[in-house]
Each structure stands twice: as structure tokens, then as C-alpha cells.
Design a binder for this molecule. Structure first.
Ligand SMILES: Cc1cc2nc3c(=O)[nH]c(=O)nc-3n(C[C@H](O)[C@H](O)[C@H](O)COP(=O)(O)O)c2cc1C
Length: 363
């Protein structure tokens, strides 16, 4: 039976389907709870939240669902939190976005003490204290002591790998579930051992290689938007499938209405990986804005570029100008529909059953 895997047994959930977390304020407790209540694992991307907000989010999730859910953080890469600009570099990057700010009536920024969206160690403390059933990480494992503390407190740990080497490193760090994130996936590439641009293995190639290399359960992510993808991931040896873009388009997600509308247009079939929005490689729908930013000779690294574009992206969402937003999307957007999370989840189950029966039918 496809539903019973080491992953569903470990968490005591009904279906091996994870709603992938979304960072940058695009997650919602309604979405995560809807998926958990339907028998999957709902997730909340907390990487821009402060410690108090993390505690409040976990408390809210507990009121919305009695089932397991996942809270997700971004681990800073070495040196990332200390990255800064000289005065003249700051002036040049600020000037780069002067006309865009004028378009939305935004003031010129002043140099911050840090470009980091949040203090990771304080976020981690809050997660450990709030004790979500599952805590997941991108850009590497959290420090060893934290992994051990989470284990002691009964928090199941999960982290993303984009290569076999990363999966092996996560298992060695004591992570219990490895998400194999293929380059088809929407959003940022969570690579941490080599540059993301050198770690672009597609989901279909990545899953069986990671399954062969580690003994912990593997959750496949990237390009899975209906049951054919779920069944294929399980056939390739995964113990679960993580679905992002299909849930991002659901009513309950915190993506703007404009973003959701763009995800279901034929133009969403045209995505690419770019560093232009945040300084870190990420997949989104190609828009004139993406192409314009890609003409920059130099893009400052994450989190600096993200700090400069974040207010602009937020203002564009508020002004219903999706063409000026970062329209994150995976390569399977062509399979995505506008609907509720419960409908999306039920369709995933039904189409997985169908694909599974077909694969088992005598020819
Ligand atoms: C808008 C967006 C934001 C994302 N943010 C995060 C994040 O903060 N943390 C994380 O682990 N994964 C993040 N992801 C990855 C998803 O959780 C999931 O693994 C991925 O979307 C799966 O591929 P798919 O989009 O092809 O379904 C994000 C994806 C999208 C589309």
C-alpha cells in the first residue's frame, strides 16, 4: 500500500505527502493546518520571523490542528550574517532601485546594522522551546548541539539536500528525514556544500541516488504537482513527496492573488533560475522584471540583494502588480490549479491511487 512508508509511520500521519514550506511571508497557518488535518504534513516557513513570532505561530498551529506539522528555518551559510557593503557600494545598489522606489512611493533606504532577515540562533532557540512536531532546515544542518537537543525533546528533524554529498552530510549530522530537492523545484535552491549553480540535479536523477546513499527516509521535492509525481517519487524509492508550487496556488496560501493568478497561466511554464532578486539562486516565472534585473553586471550576494528588493516586491504585491514581484514557481506550474488546499490534497490522493493502480495492473 503506497500510503504506509517509513515516513508516515515515523510521524503517525495518513499520507506520505508534505506541503513544502514557503519563506518570505508566503506561508500561512491556515494552509499548513489544512494539509495536516487532511492527513499530510503541513509546513510553515519561518525564516523571516523573530523568536516571539515563532512561538506565536507554533501556538496558532496547535490551535488549528492536533496533527503533526513542520516549522522551517534557513541556516545561515558561513560568513553570510556578517556580509556588508562599503558606503559607495551601498550608494550604487540604492541608486539601482531608485526609479522602482519612486514608482511605489517608497523612501530611500539607510544602511542597516545587518542585512540578515533574522538572528538564526535566537530563531533556533525559539523553535526548540516551542517544540513543533517537526522542524525542517535548508542550507545545511543546524549546529550539532541543537540537533541533539531537538532529538531529546522529541522534535523530528528534516533538512534539504540538492546533491548526494549533502544528503550524506545531513544524515551524518543526525537529521532524521532528508528532503531531496531537485532543480525543478520552485523557490531558492537550498545547496550548502557547493555553489547552487553546480548542484542542479533534476528530481528524477536525484531521488534514487540519494535513496541509495542514505539509510534515513527520503522525501522527494521538485516538480511534483499531482499523483503521477507522488507515485513516481515512491517508485524511485522515496518515502514521501513534498509539494510546493501546487499548494502555493491554493486559496489558503499567503501568496498574493496576482501571484496565484500568474501560476495558472500558460506563461508559468516558462521559469528559470536567477540570482537577480535575492542574490541567491531561485526558480521563478520569467518576467520582464527578472530579465531587466539579470542585465546587472554585478548582483550583491544574499542577504544583501534580498534586503534591497524585499520592500519593492512587497509593494508590488500590495499594489496588485505581479509583473513587478518575484513570481516564485517550480517547473510543474503547468499542472497547477486554483482551489482550496483540501481540494488540492484530495486530488493528490486520488491521482496517486490511480497512478499506483495503473502501475500495478497486469499488462
Ligand atoms: C515561493 C516558495 C518559497 C519557498 N520557501 C521555502 C522555504 O522557506 N524553505 C524551504 O525549505 N523550502 C522552500 N521552498 C521549497 C518548497 O518547500 C518545496 O520544496 C518546493 O516548492 C517543491 O518543488 P515544487 O515547487 O516544484 O513543488 C519554497 C518554494 C516556493 C515555491
Amino acid at each position: 500500500m503506497w500510503r504506509r512508508t517509513r515516513f508516515t509511520q515515523r510521524l503517525g500521519i495518513d499520507y506520505p505527502i508534505v506541503q513544502g514550506p514557503f519563506g518570505s511571508g508566503l506561508s500561512s497557518t491556515r494552509l499548513a493546518a489544512a494539509v495536516s488535518n487532511a492527513g499530510g504534513l503541513g509546513s510553515y516557513g519561518a525564516h523571516i520571523l523573530g523568536p516571539e513570532e515563532i512561538r506565536a505561530t507554533v501556538a496558532e498551529l496547535r490551535t488549528r490542528t492536533g496533527r503533526p506539522f513542520n516549522l522551517n528555518l534557513w541556516v545561515p551559510l558561513p560568513g553570510e550574517a556578517a556580509l556588508t557593503l562599503t558606503e559607495s557600494e551601498f550608494a550604487a545598489e540604492s541608486a539601482r532601485f531608485a526609479s522602482a522606489r519612486a514608482e511605489f512611493g517608497l523612501p530611500a533606504p539607510t544602511a542597516p546594522a545587518t542585512y540578515a532577515a533574522a538572528d538564526f540562533s535566537r530563531q533556533l532557540e525559539a523553535v526548540i522551546e516551542a517544540r513543533p512536531p517537526v522542524a525542517s532546515f535548508v542550507f545545511g544542518p543546524p549546529p550539532q548541539a541543537a540537533v541533539e537537543e531537538m532529538k531529546r525533546r522529541g522534535i523530528v528533524t528534516m533538512a534539504a539536500a540538492t546533491t548526494v554529498d549533502e544528503a550524506v552530510a545531513l544524515e551524518r549530522a543526525g537529521i532524521e528525514l532528508v528532503v531531496a530537492s531537485g532543480s525543478d523545484a520552485g523557490g531558492h535552491r537550498p545547496s550548502f556544500l557547493r555553489a547552487a549553480g553546480e548542484s542542479l540535479v533534476g528530481t528524477f536523477s536525484l531521488i534514487p541516488q540519494i535513496v541509495d546513499a542514505v539509510s534515513v527516509p527520503v522525501i522527494a521535492a521538485g516538480g511534483i504537482a499531482d499523483g503521477r509525481g507522488v507515485a513516481a517519487a515512491l517508485m524511485l524509492g522515496a518515502d514521501g513527496a513534498q509539494v510546493g508550487t501546487a499548494f502555493l496556488a491554493c486559496d489558503e496560501s499567503n501568496a498574493s492573488e496576482g501571484h496565484k493568478a500568474e501560476l495558472v497561466k500558460p506563461s508559468a511554464r516558462w521559469t528559470s533560475l536567477t540570482r537577480a532578486y535575492t542574490g541567491r539562486l531561485a526558480r521563478g516565472i520569467r518576467t520582464p522584471m527578472m530579465m531587466e534585473l539579470e542585465r546587472d553586471a554585478e548582483v550583491p550576494p544574499y542577504p544583501i540583494r534580498a534586503w534591497f528588493t524585499s520592500p519593492l516586491r512587497k509593494a508590488a504585491a500590495k499594489a496588485a502588480r505581479p509583473e513587478r514581484q518575484a513570481l516564485w514557481s517550480g517547473q510543474a506550474a503547468g499542472l497547477v490549479r486554483r482551489r482550496t488546499a483540501a481540494q488540492c490534497f484530495a486530488a493528490l490522493i486520488e491521482t496517486t491511487e490511480r497512478a499506483w493502480r495503473r502501475s500495478a495492473a497486469p499488462s
